[in-house]
Ligand binder design. Sequence first.
Ligand SMILES: [Zn+2]
Length: 118
Amino acid sequence: MAFNIDNIVNGAKDVFDKAAAKAGEAIDYSKVQIDRSQLRGKIKEKYVELGKICYDMHECGDDRTGEMKKVIGEIKALSAKLEEADITVNAKKSKTCRFCGTANDAVSTYCTKCGEKL
Ligand SMILES: [Zn+2]
């Protein structure tokens, strides 16, 4: 049997590429997860801010409707971003295994539960 260095190099490169692609997916996926939790936190903060403006307005009697409208606009923008991120995450879980029925990431090649090719 002939010893072929190219086969070994190509084989190693293939393994490396697959691992790199997988790591890229993982980073990308967790980035979306972090974005979502940050967005949820920001939305919560904005609701607190809105509540405080409302409280102060009733306490002092000043008209702060303009400020409230601005915060409401910010909440709407953040909610739209969160919805987008939710869609991204849900779209990733769109490959159902025909052997065991597990929902896998859309980019997966093999089932995470039973290992069958998707
Ligand atoms: Zn499966």
